[in-house]
Design a protein. Structure first.
Length: 502
């Protein structure tokens, strides 16, 4: 079954299956999708990274463009407040009465759900409201025919456990009545990530369970009203890769949408795990797509429904305009407080502190399984290129007093390698991911290039910068920072070195 054509003309060597390759690669989890006319839109979780909630646009469901963030200049989601694996969880993106609506949980924000809206996907978004009285995560938005709005969510409230629901007034940001349970799941762990979707006479409750690791799966229930009672599908789960050797695992947190022709598709998160047991994933949870057939008004998921040529992931940024590309984010301070594009090109990075202790890092998500990132500078001091999983798991090249240093932090363990040669500017800092020599996901190679040539300071096992080692929900990001004094980088480059068609 093939529902979609390739995004552009491709050959057998560069066409991939939707079952094995993400449509949005890199650390972009928890996809929520909606359609307006001929256009499709996706929102993803961002956790502690700022700006929050990446937003994507597509016309064919296969090629996606990052168009902005729903929580960019939002005072209710200040940069640097959330610690690792805190911040924004599982947003829902919907379009209703001519406006886009986004609701999410900021688990570091003191309780309640954040909701904001905009006339277009590019914004302006906000100001956000906090809806009090919804105790849980992963909120969903749905409206019935008379305009009543329902928030369905994964509940931590003992009064209404598991998948709960409450009616809300979005304009005032208040709940209308008490929350109530609508589904307990099939008995697996952590029923979460619910989405309520209308199709014909049925309201479908799509949700995940089994935990967000290898047991993750997608299940479904249906009812004739948005508040139930819901009947579970006898053949749940409708999507899982648990207990298999399939190269894509942890499938869950799904959302579905109807296409213009009346067919339906599903987007979901999954990971590309590699290496020896228990296998390791490094790019976080990525966004995949599947087709949907219907049998007896129940969905049948077709993971390999699409074949497509993936979008190019390579970029070169010389910072020739004042506006930073939306690919850039930071786990610490807001970008505008420490990163400044210079007249004539280049970017100045200033040292900055943040409440969560994370550096002011101009970072991009790593999107490939094999790749190279380079940063050019004339500095021989205070410049650094960091590959980050979280604040306890990172590796970087940095320049200190005219010498190159490799630094590694893995939990309480630290490693430091100093290159004794005096640097001869200009300098290129390079990190690359190559084939593993340790039965892990990859090897990470750290190299300095200057007028004297290139020197590799270290090569480490990529397992140390994986989710299986670090724990939590994040994926690798890579970017530049400054220590003590501002540093100018003239160019940042990223390229994939994957074999075509993988």
């Amino acid at each position: 079954m093939t529902l979609g054509a390739p995004t552009r003309e491709g050959t057998a060597e560069n066409v991939v299956s939707s079952a094995t390759h993400p449509i949005i690669p890199g650390f972009y989890p928890d996809p929520s999708i909606c359609r307006v006319g001929d256009d499709f839109y996706i929102a993803n979780s961002s956790f502690e990274y700022h700006p929050g909630v990446p937003l994507w646009h597509s016309t064919d469901l296969l090629s996606w463009r990052l168009v902005g963030h729903a929580l960019a200049d939002e005072p209710r989601f200040p940069a640097g407040r959330a610690g690792a694996n805190g911040g924004v969880y599982a947003p829902t993106l919907r379009h209703h009465d001519g406006r886009f609506w986004m609701i999410t949980t900021d688990v570091s924000g003191g309780g309640g759900q954040l909701v904001t809206s905009a006339p277009t996907i590019e914004g302006p978004w906000g100001p956000a409201r906090v809806i009090e009285g919804i105790i849980g995560i992963d909120p969903d938005l749905a409206w019935d025919a008379d305009g009543t709005c329902y928030v369905t969510y994964s509940s931590d409230d003992k009064r209404a456990p598991d998948i709960a629901q409450v009616r809300v007034d979005l304009e005032r940001g208040v709940v209308l009545g008490e929350p109530y349970t609508i589904c307990h799941g099939t008995g697996m762990a952590y029923p979460e990530g619910p989405h309520l979707i209308r199709r014909g006479e049925w309201w479908y409750l799509l949700y995940s369970e089994g935990g967000t690791e290898r047991g993750h799966c997608v299940s479904i229930a249906r009812a004739t009203t948005p508040s139930g009672p819901f009947t579970l599908f006898d053949e749940n789960p409708i999507l899982t890769r648990r207990s298999t050797v399939f190269p894509v695992q942890n499938t869950g947190h799904a959302d579905i949408v109807e296409r213009q022709d009346g067919s339906w598709v599903m987007v979901y998160l999954a990971v590309r795990a590699r290496g020896t047991t228990p296998m390791f994933h490094v790019n976080g949870r990525e966004t995949f797509i599947a087709g949907i057939d219907w049998a007896g008004d129940w969905p049948v998921v077709v993971p390999d429904a699409f074949s497509f040529a993936p979008d190019a992931t390579a970029f070169t940024d010389r910072f020739e305009t004042a506006q930073l590309d939306p690919r850039w984010a930071s786990p610490g301070a807001a970008l505008t407080t420490f990163a400044r594009a210079l007249p004539g090109g280049g970017v100045e990075i200033s040292p900055a502190s943040s409440p969560n202790g994370a550096p002011a890092l101009l970072a991009a998500r790593v999107k490939d399984l094999a790749w190279r990132f380079e940063a050019d500078t004339t500095a021989t001091d205070a410049a650094a290129l960091r590959l980050r999983m979280d604040e306890a798991h990172w590796a970087e090249l940095r320049l200190e007093a005219g010498r190159a240093v490799f630094a590694l932090q893995i939990g309480p363990a630290r490693r430091l390698v100093v290159d004794e040669e005096q640097l001869q500017a200009p300098v290129t800092l390079r990190i690359e991911a190559a084939a593993s020599t340790h039965n892990g996901p990859d090897d990470l190679i750290f190299t300095i290039v200057d007028q004297a040539g290139e020197r590799t300071l270290d090569r480490i096992d990529g397992r140390y910068l994986s989710t299986e080692v670090a724990g939590g929900f994040l994926g690798r990001t890579i970017g530049v920072r400054a220590e003590d004094v501002p540093v100018v980088f003239s160019e940042l480059r990223y390229e994939s070195s994957e074999v075509a068609g993988t």
